[in-house]
Unconditional design. Structure first.
Length: 204
């Protein structure tokens, strides 16, 4: 996996970017504190594993036998990253408080919410379908590479969302502000556009 560092950067940017999972983690942290976020965070990470298995396993077989399929998916993935970057750049300020729903901080309930969320999260689905396969070396063992990349993504989810939860209360006012929300969106947007360009130039 010669492009593993690039995968690590792209996966980190994807997990960091504002989306349904981040909204859930921030909302849970603000309502229930750090302990109340763990069920949701682990659910989101588990959901990512499930989405990866469904989206990427069959694609890997196709990529191993078709150079054309690899090229097409590479450009689809690059286009998606650029699209996501432009969308984030132009998006209104990030608001999470409005989406909060009050109920008990049950670990099991948070876990189910998190794992279900990933099945309806287009960011995770497109990442594993269009971007993830580009980092699989057709000449090496597929199962090992798949396990390493997917576990890397899941660990990043746990680590990054835990950091989000930790700082949520301290940054509540700033995150809810027009300036703060705009900075978050534009920073993530610019990052995705750059990674889209990098993916388009990547060679097998």
């Amino acid at each position: 996996m010669k492009l593993y560092p690039l995968f690590l950067l792209m996966a980190t940017a994807t997990v960091l970017s504002p989306g349904p999972g981040v909204v859930m983690t921030l909302s849970n942290a603000l309502r229930y504190g750090m302990r109340g976020t763990f069920g949701g965070i682990l659910g989101i990470a588990s959901g990512a594993l499930c989405v990866a298995a469904i989206s990427a396993t069959s694609v890997g077989v196709l990529l191993a036998t078709s150079a054309l399929a690899f090229t097409v998916l590479k450009w689809v993935g690059a286009a998606y990253l650029v699209y996501l970057g432009v969308k984030l750049w132009r998006a209104p300020s990030f608001r999470f408080a409005e989406q909060a729903v009050a109920h008990e901080a049950s670990f099991a309930r948070r876990f189910v919410e998190g794992i279900t969320l990933q099945f309806t999260n287009p960011k995770a689905i497109f990442f594993f379908l269009s971007v993830f396969p580009q980092f699989i070396d057709a000449q090496a063992d597929y199962a090992t590479q798949f396990a390493v990349l997917v576990m890397t993504y899941a660990v990043l989810v746990v680590l990054i969302h835990s950091v989000y939860a930790f700082f949520a209360r301290r940054a509540k006012t700033w995150l809810s502000s027009e300036r703060g929300g705009r900075l978050v969106n534009r920073s993530a947007g610019a990052t995705f556009v750059c990674f889209g360009a990098a993916l388009a130039m990547a060679k097998r």
